[in-house]
Design a protein around this ligand. Sequence first.
Ligand code: SF4
Ligand code: SF4
Ligand code: ZN
Length: 273
Amino acid sequence: MEIKVLEKDDTNMRLLIRGVDVSYMNALRRLVIAEVPCMAIDESVMLENSSVLQDEIIAHRLGLIPLKTDLDSYNLPEDCPCKSEFGCNLCRVTLALDAEAKGGPRTVYSGDLVSENPSIMPVSDKIPILKLAKEQRIKLEAYARLGKGKNHAKWQPVSMCAYKYFPKIEIGRRCDVCGKCIDVCPRRVLVKTGNKIEVRDQISCTLCQDCAEVCPQEPRAITVSGEENAFIFNVESTNVLPPERIVTEAIKILDKQLKELESQIKVRKSEKA
Ligand code: SF4
Ligand code: SF4
Ligand SMILES: [Zn+2]
């Protein structure tokens, strides 16, 4: 396997991965979406709510606020030695909210939540939770836990995780440089340089085939295909974890699952013997 980082910033990562097949890429994508844990509010206790929103709606909105996650300091509730339904300091973080509209109407934002652990906080303090009219108040305690996307989308660490074949674009001698393929391309992949058509931005190609379909030459002067066993893997984190950590966690989980499968096969074999 060969991996090249094409792009990376705090929330996005784009990799070129060669030497794997579609099954591997799809396993990685599914693990990122469904198995890599992150923190989210899982339970809330309403102490006072005089707003017009019902408790359930507020609880639902709280659950969907992405929280900065610390995978090294917290356990998944099912793996925590406390074995308590309520949780302990190793599997639960408490966040408090106490806001009142004293002078006039106000919006309560994610930044109004006060966490017992400053490193487990909403990724942005500008997420609106609810509006309060004059003299209304909201007071609650919320409990965040690690969880997995397969149980609820609020525990999905990514807003997007997808892969595509690495595009291969070939322009043949039959090309008369009419420029139709340039005009039709939605991603501006092609460009006219002097008296020929060149590929300006190969990675942006979506393999839509519009350029090939519009080519007036017979047979077509341009062909677009996906390179076999080469993929562009794109991960967009919700900022709960760095994208590289999400991918390494997914690979660790895949390794663990494969080891479990191997041990199950060995057990079955020895049972037969
Ligand atoms: S549409 Fe076909 S002939 Fe026209 S510039 Fe593109 S590849 Fe060449
Ligand atoms: S396949 Fe689509 S995106 Fe790719 S170069 Fe052709 S028109 Fe552009
Ligand atoms: Zn615990």
